[in-house]
Write a protein that binds this ligand. Structure first.
Ligand code: GLC
Length: 623
């Protein structure tokens, strides 16, 4: 046995008992289990040497991704650079953005007009023709790795497109394929499901089932009618999806974003979200990847309240996902923008900061999806703030109708029954840059300056949170809402396209000119990113906590790591404020202006912020 196989066998033996136990308990099918193991061997064999070396390095340093230089950016390949080759040509720009992890939004084969932004996959082994080929993907990941950039992709495992080969065969009546989905002759059973299962797209795709007139049956479709839910009770589905996973992993993917993972297991009389079997499956995925491709990180897309999110990390002995989205913090951030009241955010950050440090969250301001107002309404209710009226306020605010708002954007899935609308818009538009520019503001005009300040402050705050920040591509140059989706019949119904516009390379050409919006934003974010990258206090595992400022609009976050301490102060209002903190442990220096400061009674201008670093008395660093 050569050395390679020793490595595999060692990993395999380490995990075999648990994997077999989970698999047989779930499926009771030894033959399918053996097939899975044989296939794992095959995918290991096919994995190239560079990736195997990187696997070994990462195994030796399991915290490799928890470094302070980890900075992500997500973008659509076509919007960003046309196709995969185009992205390869833009790696220098990504380096300039200080980014070392890129999330390539869905790029697998899908049918135009029935694609859900690529989340309806028609072939897991084929790249969309307009974007390139699998070979281009391999070349792109290899080029990224040369520059130490990690590549993330979506693994859409809850459903396939109705145009996937399995769905086509099922549609033709092939029972083996029908059993990979959920089919029903009439609405009796779907009706029972509907009584406990909430809706994901209540207005754009109501209900969880779709009638197929040609088949004369209903099929389960939690998302769009053309996204057929896979039946993970069928071991064939699990095995085949794992083979797809390993196939893609072998193309050089570093981070697998497991899409819509809470939904993958269905049971009658339940909400069909976060069921215990979901965790069995995620744990098996983790084990399988630790055996075949341990360099891969699993990023769970769990857009749920905090107590539902955290279990997806698994336990220390039996981990599931490496990273999860900090979704409640994101939504609470925008609530804070709209209310100028940091109290709920402070509470939310305290919850996250209280979790074990091994848990790594992905922090973000905006992503390709809408903002669902999943806030801690129990706490808000204590102040008499009700869920329905508050969601209404937030939606009015961000459309620019209520309060002192300069935001622009649109509602998403405005459900007339529950009045539960969500919101879409880019960071820059939500901060007021779009409004100021549309009213003719020039650089230096107070409203435009204020909007830019808010945008930078929000990024500075995001970088200070515990975890890994991910920038929504285009935010670094202040990309505005793009209303052109309304003219495209394939997109017009889905307002998420408002913030999925094309990259403005003309604006990128101005990033060195601080008299432009793009230049001003880019240079200020660049400064923050460089600070983050150079200071170990930004390690994902640093201690992170909040400090009371005795001003409702000012948030204070502290970080501490190996003797270094930093305080971030963020003013979420349009008024100058004072943070009544009183840290009397020495002098501090503001890392943005290099000005020495005391960390007590700190005046902060409207939408301003400070990164105060404690000076090291012993090291002679004192000012
Ligand atoms: C995830 C994606 C979203 C998509 C859904 C269905 O939530 O982020 O864009 O619509 O999954 O796949």
């Amino acid at each position: 046995m050569d050395n390679n196989w020793k490595v595999f066998e060692e990993r395999f033996c380490r995990h075999l008992d648990e994997l077999k136990w989970l698999y047989i308990e779930l499926y009771g099918n030894e033959a399918m289990f053996d097939e899975l193991c044989d296939s794992m061997r095959r995918f290991y064999e096919e994995r190239n040497e560079e990736l195997k070396i990187s696997d070994l390095e990462r195994e030796a340093q399991p915290d490799w991704y928890k470094k302070n230089d980890m900075l992500g950016m997500m973008f659509y390949i076509d919007n960003f650079a046309g196709n995969m080759k185009g992205v390869r040509g833009k790696l220098d720009y990504l380096e300039k953005c200080n980014v070392n992890y890129i999330h390539l939004m869905p790029f697998l084969d899908t049918v135009e007009g029935r694609s859900d932004g690529g989340y309806a996959v028609a072939d897991f082994r084929k790249v969309q023709e307009k974007l390139g080929t699998m070979e281009d993907l391999e070349k792109l990941t290899a080029a990224c790795h040369e520059k130490q950039i990690n590549v993330c992709m979506d693994f859409v495992m809850n459903h396939t497109s109705e145009d996937h080969e399995w769905a086509k065969k099922a549609r033709q009546g092939d029972e083996a394929y029908k059993s990979r989905y959920f089919f029903f002759d009439d609405f009796t059973v779907p009706g029972i499901y509907e009584s406990t299962v909430p809706q994901v797209f209540p207005t754009t795709a109501p209900g969880n089932f779709t009638w197929l007139p040609d088949v004369g049956q209903y099929v389960m479709t939690t998302f769009y009618p053309y996204q057929w839910d896979l039946n993970y009770k069928n071991p064939r589905v699990f095995n085949e999806m794992m083979y797809n996973f390993l196939y893609l992993a072998n193309k050089g993917i570093d981070i697998m974003r497991i899409d819509a993972v809470p939904y993958i297991w269905k049971e009658l009389y339940t909400p069909c979200r976060n069921l215990p079997r979901v965790h069995t499956i995620v744990r098996m995925m983790r084990i399988i990847s630790e055996i075949v491709c341990p360099g891969i990180l699993l990023l769970g897309e769990v857009v749920m309240e905090p107590e539902k999110v955290v279990p997806y990390f698994g336990t220390v002995e039996k981990p599931e996902c490496h990273m999860l989205y900090n979704v409640t913090t994101m939504a609470t951030t925008w609530h804070t923008v709209a209310t100028r009241d940091v109290r709920l955010l402070k509470r939310q950050l305290d919850i996250v900061n209280g979790l074990p440090k091994a848990y790594v969250f992905l922090n973000y301001l905006r992503c390709h999806d809408d903002i669902g107002w999943g806030l801690d309404y129990g706490t808000l209710m204590q102040e008499g703030i009700g869920e329905v009226s508050h969601k209404q306020y937030l939606n009015d605010y961000f459309q620019g109708y209520a309060g002192a708002s300069n935001s622009r954007g649109e509602l998403y899935n405005n459900d007339p029954l529950t009045k539960d609308a969500r919101f879409c818009g880019t960071t820059a538009s939500m901060c007021g840059i779009e409004k100021a520019l549309s009213e003719g503001a020039q650089m230096g005009a107070p409203d435009l300056e204020q909007a830019i300040r808010m945008d930078v402050m929000l990024h500075a705050y995001m970088f200070m949170q515990s975890g890994i920040p991910v920038i929504y591509g285009g935010d670094e140059i202040g990309r505005l809402n793009d209303y052109s989706y309304k003219e495209n019949p394939n997109k017009a119904e889905d307002s998420r396209y408002i913030h999925r516009g094309a990259m403005d390379w003309k604006a990128v050409s101005q990033i060195d000119d601080e008299t432009t919006v793009a230049g001003k934003l880019f240079s200020q974010l660049d400064r923050l990113e460089k600070i983050r990258k150079n200071e170990k206090v930004f390690m994902a595992e640093a201690d992170t906590w909040t400090i009371e400022t005795w001003d409702q609009s000012v948030l204070c976050i502290g970080r501490y790591y190996e003797g270094e301490k930093i305080l971030g102060l963020f003013n979420f209002s349009e008024y100058d404020k004072t943070a009544w903190i009183n840290e009397t442990d020495g002098m501090y220096v503001d890392m943005i202006s290099d000005r020495p400061m005391k960390a007590s009674g700190v005046n902060i201008p409207a939408y301003g912020f400070y990164y105060l670093k404690k000076q090291d008395v012993l090291g002679g660093d004192q000012v």
